[in-house]
Design a protein around this ligand. Structure first.
Ligand code: ADP
Ligand code: MG
Length: 238
């Protein structure tokens, strides 16, 4: 399960209205990319979905259940942060298990989930290393592992690859797409990179100044952009 619905979601910081109103439906299992220029509200929208920010008005539901007033822990979603959010003094194993330890899960269940995530991510032989002894791609996989062990109904990624070099970014894109194919869990992926959006998404949500300009598959956006902003941003000739 992992369908997410936003109904007229608004967000203002003081006087400044950052999200003037967003309606959006994300189906269970979809890979959805939020794309738009820097400062258009992508992170804010993701944080509203995660429960890390409160909406100013409007409603959010997950699997048909209203979670507008629920805290992040009650939403069953996992946010994947950039790899530099790892704890440098802890082993890979402890980094991955960290959210489970916080949730006071039994050691046996922690171990089971960590092993499972490590297998999916090809980190089996690195569990006793510290993040500093890993490559950038491996560190990013540890950050993803920390989300997988929570068995979330959706993964939320906020520009997870932006501090990796270009070659590694391409590899990690493929890895995240493959992870989606194997887990079939809803993923929302925020990026300002059109290529990432076009290559990874089932559905792209183009944002501009906190508003949804268009929602569609990469092909739909490319062949029938709703306006010049979308066309220009996506790189469509139309
Ligand atoms: P994006 O992720 O698309 O780059 P953000 O969601 O981070 O954009 O920011 C959208 C706008 O909201 C920006 O103008 C930013 O300065 C503003 N903003 C974000 N968070 C806060 C905050 N906590 N307080 C005030 N303004 C904020
Ligand atoms: Mg951002």
């Amino acid at each position: 399960m992992g369908s997410i619905t936003l109904k007229n979601v608004r967000k203002a910081f003081g006087e400044v209205e950052v999200i003037p109103g967003v309606d959006l439906t994300i189906e269970d299992g979809e890979f959805v990319v939020f794309v738009g220029p820097s400062g258009c509200g992508k992170s804010t929208l993701l944080r509203l979905i995660a429960g890390l920010e409160d909406v100013t008005s409007g409603g959010i539901s997950i699997d048909g259940k209203d979670v507008t007033d629920a805290g992040p822990a009650q939403r069953g979603l996992a946010m994947v942060f950039q790899s530099y959010a790892l704890y440098p003094h802890m082993s890979v194993r402890k980094n991955i298990a960290f959210p489970l330890k916080m949730a006071k899960m039994s050691e046996a269940e922690q171990e089971k989930r960590v092993s499972h995530a490590a297998k999916i991510l090809n980190l089996d032989s690195y569990l006793d290393r510290k993040p500093g002894q890993l490559s950038g791609g491996q560190r990013q996989r540890v950050a993803i592992g920390r989300a997988i062990v929570r068995e979330p109904s959706a993964f939320l990624f906020d520009e997870p690859l932006s501090n990796l070099d270009a070659a590694l970014r391409v590899n990690m894109r493929v890895e995240i797409s493959e992870l989606h194919n194997s887990l079939k869990t809803t993923m929302i992926y925020v990026t300002h990179d059109q290529v990432e959006a076009m290559t990874m998404a089932d559905k792209i949500v183009v944002l501009r100044a906190g508003r949804v300009e268009q929602v569609g598959s990469p092909l739909e956006l490319y062949s029938r952009p709703a306006n010049r902003f979308v066309g220009g941003f996506i790189g469509s000739p139309n």
